[in-house]
Design a protein around this ligand. Structure first.
Ligand code: SF4
Ligand code: SF4
Length: 84
């Protein structure tokens, strides 16, 4: 199940711009408009708060340019483990 939007920030969605060829697949697939193409034609994270970490952008990028770091997002919101 996708994480709530508040659990994700732009550090959790990493776009390697040097790998991005500007095909626009990620921005077209992201129904939350998190990713857009900038004036260089590269995908950028424009609206990180709306990301649900669904992973569609990551799994459909033909150049493997996107990483959605779900484990870091979860760790940020996990309750601390207290000693017994
Ligand atoms: S799908 Fe990948 S290559 Fe295409 S615009 Fe998005 S990040 Fe760039
Ligand atoms: S993980 Fe989902 S909601 Fe987040 S940017 Fe990618 S497609 Fe959009």
């Amino acid at each position: 199940m996708a994480k709530p939007a508040a659990y994700i920030d732009d550090n959790k969605i990493i776009v390697k711009s040097q790998w991005c060829k500007g095909c626009g697949i990620c921005s077209a697939l992201c129904s939350n408009k998190v990713l857009v193409l900038d004036n260089r034609g590269k995908a950028v994270v424009a609206n990180p708060a709306a990301c649900t970490a669904c992973g569609k952008c990551e799994s459909h990028c033909p150049d493997l340019a996107i990483t959605v770091n779900r484990s870091a997002a979860r760790a940020k919101n996990m309750a601390p483990v207290l000693p017994a």
